[in-house]
Design a protein around this ligand. Sequence first.
Ligand code: PLP
Length: 480
Amino acid sequence: MQFQVAWHVYIEKHRYKYLALYHALRDSIVAGSLAHGTRLPASRELADLYEISRGVVSQVYEMLTAEGYLAAEVGRGTFVSYQRDAAESDEQERPPILLSDWGQRVTGHRLRDTVSGETYRYDYTIGQPLAEAFPFEEWNRALYASIREIAEIEGEPAYEPQGYRPLREAIARDLRKSRGMTVQPEDIVIVNGSSQAIALVAQLLINPGDTVVMEDPTYGGIREAISAVGGLAAGSPVDENGILVRDWDSRLLFVTPGRQFPTGAVLSLERRQEILRWATKQNAVIVEDDYDSEFRRRGRPIEPLKVLDRHERVVYIGTFSKTMYADLRIGYVVLPSWLREPFCKARQLYEPRPTALVQQHALAKFMNNGQYERHLRRMKRLYARKHRALWTALTEKMSEVFHWVESDAGLHIFGRWKGSREQFTAFRRACLAAGVRFPDASMYYTDPEATPAVCLGFPRLTEEELKAGVDVMHAIWKQR
Ligand SMILES: Cc1ncc(COP(=O)(O)O)c(C=O)c1O
């Protein structure tokens, strides 16, 4: 099959192979070189041809089918269904409608849909901690009471731009108790998940061409928030004590000190102090993304940078995505006083009304009546058992091929592959075929090809399943 433009051009232009394939196919369909009715190769064939996984090909076929470019016919295959109309003929080519610079940068990002349609027996996917012990009944009661309460208000419910005040009060109390942080409800703004805070802070503080420091590896949402606004992301390597601090020529740093994402390293106290000294010298701002340090298995957490900050340099971001569930979409940001008003006005652009008001009410109740704390205690015990089961299985059976990184908090285990990229790709493909799925953590690195790695999430599998999945991986490795 011939694409409109050579494959290597797409691969160079797009960070992810699935995006390269998506654009290669779509351009060829729109340009007419893949004409209406053309049968596309089977996903396995295309996967082998371009050295990508079958899952990626299926995902791209599904995206193009959903958009109407392709149609799948059961038992016959996938066909081009897009028809160029006469007005689109080459003689009357319309000038293209161009996206803004921002639009074009955003178009380069990966769409995070999880609708693969495939289910796996042992699925170690990260990011959705809803486990069997979630207090569904109690949470349901809090939600129901909140819906009624809001419905009974006469006229418009009053709300503040920072979010529902009792929730901000509850968060301030929780931060004081669990993090030693002295903050007032006025310092807090409720957001639609920490992702929204990351994107807004990037918009408010970065001009095109600014160098912005981030950890390497790092969370994709941070990398994309920087690149969307035209910032130049400078990755700084990470070791077992967190990010290596340099005299960066920059005015902004994104960092995950509580538990580095994805490696799990905790930033040492010396490095925290170094970072704060650097920020003072550079007149820089630090964005502290504390997304996942509630579930500690040992010891007390080191104080957040926000607690050590004496000069209003730290923007602290937290989320309920790990302690409750990611689809709740409630996060919060603790802002320095100089950033409060611009931040609220920027958020209002995207959400003129509060984020998930019913859920904000329910969460405030849940926190105020002690249910949230009880839930955390229960989950902590459950996650500690699951972590132990997975850690033991991985270190006993899969240490020949992975270097597992020990971490005393969080909901996944990170491992660096010891072999080649080719071996890793073959191993992962064989695992998927055997019903074992785990995220390829290479994508969190600036150079994904050079650093094969995995993240294994454990909340959603039972202890038996966690171990059985590792047995399957072990058998696959031994049979190679
Ligand atoms: C490091 C990090 N920061 C932020 C987020 C975003 O979380 P949310 O927008 O769900 O609060 C995630 C999600 O997993 C993450 O891993």
